[in-house]
Design a protein around this ligand. Structure first.
Ligand SMILES: Nc1ncnc2c1ncn2[C@@H]1O[C@H](COP(=O)(O)OP(=O)(O)OP(=O)(O)O)[C@@H](O)[C@H]1O
Ligand SMILES: [Mg+2]
Length: 631
């Protein structure tokens, strides 16, 4: 569809969604759809919930966030349940400012932006529709028109609770424009839009000396005083502060803790009592979610100041730590690269993973548990299985350091290092070693890293490098085997036939000649030795495998190459051991002969076709692995 058509469709959609009617019409509508009268917090909660929730390993994954925020499922679940859900039920947390606390570039702004964009969308849906008194600069809730003494009756009839009083401006309009007839007051459907300043606001403090409270709560419009005769006429007031504009939706309060106190006091009353003071008017009721964000040190210095005590108790702090899973970190980089102008550069397979390994290591705290080192912990966190540990151990490891993830290297740093390497060297292709090198160089220039951390980080670069060496070797060896999976399967089937015959004290039959043969002890041992199974232990190992096979058969499951972790490892190592020499020779000779050249070209083609390399990165990989094998 061409873009003009889309624009037209959008406009038509806008027209279709419009609704306007009297307050009496609105009440009819409310009978049918009582949910349109929900509070701002409730609307946010339903927006998140309506997008879908998946149960995953005992935790919840909210689809609303999951396509842009990775690896923070636990923090998000806590945020949704403890804040949004409780707030939606009109519990007290609603009266607190939501403060997201986390390290730099940990996704706080991303999260807030998703809520804002989400609300804009949601207000266009049926479930998320919002109605307001027409012509009100604060898009006031029409139900405020119902006088206090009738609200009990209203609740009985409609099941909707009303909070807040009619604003001075609408009070006056009601008298002057509608002669006091509430039922005639015009109501319209509104659509949240940050650009149009409807229901979504952002307040960011500028110079504390010059900033005016008007930015938050609006101001007198001096040019109209003459017309209306008095400063206390609400029509002479511009309700155009961020708090006014964000009414019914949400306001982001940037750098809240850096802000001058006088701004914060307004929030106190707004959050606690649901109203704020503007100009010379009675208090103005507002219903909005206020979200702020900060980092840990700023927060600590804020709460250590006695003067902030009152405000402190009106804030609910939610931690947004860094992601701690390697695979999710890799996704973060991919997303950031896609959104940047680097998206045309070829990034060799595993380059981002290796960077992620480094980054996650800088964020993890040393495990106290017996037998676990930092690398094992990293794998367990990422959901890999590590011999000898289970999910119980994982929970214990997590419980050791509840404050983990609040420090370390941030994702933006890694992306900056990648882009600096690309730009400086004018590369069109970048591999894992380039990335690690650039990260390392950056650490030396990074002023805010302590000497101690720098040394630890250098060690992590070395660890990440070792992990890469393993990955690289495996990748090349796999590419050397024509159809790796096939070869592995053949070898395994062969091994299993022999094991079966051995355990049952049977003979095997040669498939070609039909001759009877004893089990091939040499073949079986050559595989078992790969994972250190001794002569004494071989019988137990073979029997264990047969038991596993029959257990699989009983459950109707197919036993295959991936069904037994140690066996798979043994088969893989055996395949690679057989290959080692040819890989070594082929990848490192300066002037390969014709057959070697052919093999190299085949391998390169396979790396490109099946493993995502380009010809530069495939050649670099081969050269590197050649040098590794010859060490
Ligand atoms: N867990 C995550 N999932 C997805 N993207 C992430 C995550 N953490 C960080 N990012 C990405 O990192 C970049 C920086 O994130 P963002 O600006 O939201 O962080 P922030 O916490 O607001 O940082 P600051 O404290 O510097 O304001 C963004 O591109 C964001 O998409
Ligand atoms: Mg931010």
């Amino acid at each position: 569809m061409d873009i003009l058509k889309k624009i037209e469709n959008f406009r038509e959609e806008e027209e279709r969604l419009k609704w306007e009617g009297t307050f009496a019409d609105y009440l009819d509508l409310l009978r049918e759809k009582p949910y349109v009268a929900q509070t701002a917090h409730s609307r946010v909660y339903h927006m998140i919930k309506d997008a879908g929730v998946e149960e995953e390993n005992g935790g919840k994954k909210y689809s609303f966030f999951s396509d842009q925020i990775y690896g923070l499922e636990e923090s998000i679940e806590k945020l949704v349940e403890e804040y949004f859900h409780s707030a939606a039920k009109r519990l007290d947390v609603r009266k607190r400012i939501l403060l997201l606390m986390g390290p730099v570039s940990g996704g706080k702004s991303t999260l807030v932006t998703m809520l804002k964009r989400g609300l804009e969308q949601y207000s266009r849906s049926d479930q998320g529709a919002v109605y307001a008194i027409k012509g009100c600069p604060m898009h006031e809730d029409p139900l405020h028109l119902i006088p206090q003494h009738l609200r009990g009756d209203f609740f009985e009839e409609y099941g909707v609770k009303i909070e807040g009083n009619l604003s001075p401006l609408n009070m006056m309009r009601l008298e002057q424009e509608y002669g006091g007839r509430i039922e005639d007051v015009m109501v319209e459907r509104i659509f949240f839009s940050e650009d149009k300043r409807t229901g979504i606001g952002t307040f960011s403090p500028s110079d504390p000396k010059s900033q005016d409270i008007a930015d938050l709560t609006g101001s007198i419009d001096f040019s109209t005083i003459a017309e209306y005769g008095s400063e206390s006429d609400p029509r002479a007031y511009r309700f155009d502060g961020e708090l006014n504009k964000a009414n019914r939706g949400m306001m982001e309060f940037q750098e809240m803790l850096k802000c001058d106190e006088k701004f914060l006091w307004h929030l106190l009353s707004l959050t606690q009592e649901g109203n704020f003071k503007a100009g010379r008017f009675a208090l103005i009721s507002a219903d909005e979610l206020i979200v702020a964000h900060t980092n840990e040190s700023e927060y600590k210095s804020f709460i250590s100041n006695k003067k902030n005590e009152a405000l402190h108790s009106r804030i609910i702090v939610m931690k947004i730590p860094y992601n701690l899973k390697v695979s999710e970190e890799e996704r973060i980089y991919k997303k950031m690269i896609q959104d940047s102008d680097l998206s045309h550069v070829h990034i060799a397979p595993h380059a981002l993973k290796v960077a992620a390994i480094f980054t996650i290591l800088t964020r993890l705290k040393d495990p106290k548990k017996q037998g676990v080192d930092l690398v094992k912990k990293m794998r367990l966190y990422d959901g890999e299985s590590v011999e000898g540990f289970n999910s119980q151990d994982l929970e214990e490891l997590k419980a050791e350091h509840p404050d983990e993830g609040m420090s370390g290297i941030d994702p933006r740093y890694v992306i900056n290092r990648i882009s600096s390497a690309i730009i400086r060297k004018q590369l069109t292709s970048i591999n894992a070693l380039d990335v690690l090198r650039s990260i390392k160089e950056g650490l030396n220039q990074h002023a805010s890293i302590s000497q101690e951390d720098r040394e630890r980080y250098m060690d992590f670069i070395a660890v990440a490098r070792k992990e890469y060496d393993k990955i690289a070797k495996k990748e090349v060896q796999k590419a050397f085997v024509y159809s790796y999976d096939e070869s592995a399967k053949t070898l395994m089937d062969n091994y299993l036939d022999n094991v079966e015959a051995y355990c049952n004290k049977n003979k095997l039959r040669d498939p070609l000649t039909g001759e009877e043969m004893t089990p091939d002890e040499k073949l079986m041992r050559s595989i078992e030795e790969q994972i250190g199974i001794s002569e004494n232990a071989k019988k137990a190992f073979r029997e264990e495998i047969l038991i596993r096979i029959s257990a699989y058969a009983r459950k109707g499951k197919k036993f295959d190459y991936n069904s037994h972790e140690r066996l798979r490892e043994a088969i893989q190592k055996k395949l690679f051991a057989d290959l080692k020499d040819i890989v070594k020779i082929t990848t490192s000779v300066k002037t390969p002969d014709e057959s070697q050249l052919k093999k190299v070209n085949e391998v390169i083609a396979r790396l490109i076709d099946e493993h995502g390399y380009n010809s530069t990165s495939a050649n670099e990989l081969l050269r590197y692995v050649g040098s590794l094998l010859n060490r």
